[in-house]
Design a protein around this ligand. Sequence first.
Ligand code: 9MR
Length: 890
Amino acid sequence: MTPHPPHQPQGPGRPRRGGRRALGALAAVGLLVGALTAPAVAQAADGPELISNGDFSQGTTGWWWTENSPGSVVAGRLCVDVPAGTENAWDAIVGQNDIPLAAGEGYELSFTASATSPVTIRTNVQMATEPWTTEHSSADRIGSEAQTFTHVFTSNGDHEAAQLAFQIGGSEKAYTFCLDDVSLVGGAEPPAYEPDTGSPVRVNQVGYLTEGPKSGTFVTDKTSALTWTLKDASGATRATGTTTPKGVDPTSRQNVHTFDFGDFTKAGEGYTVTIDGETSEPFDIGDDLYASLRSDALAYFYHNRSGIEIDADLVGEKYARPAGHVGVAPNQGDTKVPCQPGVCDYTLDVSGGWYDAGDHGKYVVNGGISAAQVMSTYERTLTTENTGGEKLGDGRLRVPERGNGVPDILDEARWQMDFLMKMMVPQGEEFAGMAHHKIHDRAWTGLPLRPDQDPQPRELHPPSTAATLNVAASAAQCARLFEDHDARFAARCLTAAETAWAAAKKHPNKLADPDDGIGGGAYSDNDVRDEFYWAAAELFVTTGKDTYRQEILNSPLHGDTDAVFPRGGLSWGATAGLGALSLATVPNKLTDAQLKGVRAMVTEAADGYAADSRGTAYGVPYAPENNHYVWGSNSQVLNNMVVLATAHDLTGESAYRDAVLRGLDYLLGRNPLNQSYVTGYGERDSRNQHHRFWANQLDPDLPNPAPGSVAGGPNVEIQDPVAQDKLKGCAPAMCYIDDIESWATNEITINWNAPLAWIASYADDLGPGGPGDGDGQEPGDPDETPSCEVTYTSHRWNNGFTSNVTVKNTGTTTLGGWELAWAFADDQKITQVWNAQITQTGRNVVAKPVQWNGTIPTGGTVSFGFNGTASGQAANPTAISLNGKACTVK
Ligand code: 9MR
């Protein structure tokens, strides 16, 4: 037998944006595709046997191998000796050629294999020449006991002579690989994939806040109302009611009913709902359901840090790993990274930061928004009342910097901010001050692969306007948040922000190449007006400079709610809303009218998302046009929830809060697949997300994703081969599979976990989740005009000021107590108070009555005042709330 050493292609590549596939993509050696070792579906396909001599009764006839791994038949099996120390799976191969495949036909491949040292091999059925298109590719974990593997797949193309290739290289140790009973039978449609959706009674598998909304969905063919029964852990009935038939839900094509047990407010564990003989997964009712999610969702960032050892003392043995990409072989970076050929002639130290996702790329576009949303998780606790800022404080999270006096969440954000600023083009170069779009491996690597074991060369890709504005925006936010903790770092952030802004203005249209998607995602974006808006907003909030105000006001997006907050949600490609959220919540120098306009955009967008949530049978605040659930749809849901939660923070409207909580219900199990998309939360959680280190599905010695990792979720485009094999024709909200090879539906990334962290933090702050605003009205109802009016006047002198405040109760009921809250825009510090008790924390002020002025009758007023010091402008606050609800400010 003449060994036939085919040249193997590298780099699977990712689909480009727009759904086209890079050529290399299908040649997918490092790309990992659908390895369902599935005896359950091993039903023989119809058609002829396409492998000759699969039982080796004729010796090695028909089989070939690469020169470095010679084969022979031993005890009726084909065994090949694989050398130690090859780099890639395709560096050693045994296979068979001349296999005919027909487009649209189904095939069943099976084989029995063992290895003297456990190894993950790649099994491909592919073209035998360039472009090596793969029709099937799986990662198979081979152990010392012979095991039978069965895979079914459909061929997309017609091939006269395809090949079966067992790629068995890449092992540190030498070993012997043995094969028997290799069979490829073709012709019939493979059995359709049926997701296991468990109980048709769908609930939030974590639970419901004691005072919050409590609803679920029931999948049934029945069309008239049914009885639901809420039972406690002992099986005793605690409440009953009837379902509401909703007809066919277009996102799932299921006929559904909804049910609502919101009136039940007794905390406890292990509740279930039973309808028509079917029982839900168990869930809790309580005030404290999201405390661990808050810290787990944030721990995701430490786990995915580049350039630092992940410490077992912080994360436990199984998640510990050596530092990745610090220039220690076989890594080739990231301390001295060159550009792609022809892009630049310098190198940069771009070590540190967070890995983007399941791959080891580091991308500035989504890196910037991720850092921003982590920072906003913290900033919200500075600008909103009754928030648990201390839970994000020093010593509270799992970061190595704990105990340094700085809130841990800011330590985490700084790890990424440092990296983002390192991505800037040095002074003196043509694009000085811009940021390189991304840095990643030259070719796609395979799974599993610990970061420190990545052998690929790393490259800087050209600078882009979008990346530059991500740096400008996030660094501006960094500057204001670090001011109180590390003034030098804050100043560095501010300089970077303003430098980046100026560079973006100079090169306003330098777009990333949509075809630059080999070895890392393209993250291209041909509209950067939203990035300009976001960066201008953050720079304005931080500096108050009028030039940035003008940029905001002159932006074509300003005031256009649908453009700033697209119905399908904010994302790395639609960032304007991040700027609007900061303008609406962080004290700044917008005029009252300007601020009102920005807040109106937030509430108008939130009204839309709340209506979407009420309008769908699964309660999800996400209704993209034509139900086009996009790549990472769960993050779109989460970002809509951030807008809703901000509207709730601003107005106190319970309808906004309720839509956020229904969004959590959706993500944690109340959905068409009965899937909790967050690892470690709920009975049926995603745990095989696409990740090169958390790759337990491929290698039992590696961990599953850490708790608190949110999967991308349903994606109607199902670009990856596993999804294409299993999910063709899927209903939009069901285009998801918890398989490590499904990178288009089941990846995890920093920019999806960042809004999860924001929302978990918000939800934890809600405590029991109520009470509501009590009016039973939808937001925006005319009754919802503020029921208080505050007149705030100030007199300013050199280093000080005096302010007088009068609160008028313009509502219809007497107030038996009052608490007025606002945040100063400048550095005012109150030193002396009359007729009120005041506490000031940073910029946040809370005023409460003294003994005699606690009651304000309808139409009545209460006045108080204070003196203070200030070096800045000491502008009057424009947003003041009474007992948590916004007042009209005069
Ligand atoms: O999240 C990105 C999604 O919006 C794009 O449609 C997709 C294709 O370009 O890329 C996604 O981002 C991936 C990136 O390209 C590479 N790292 C993993 C990211 C999440 O899947």
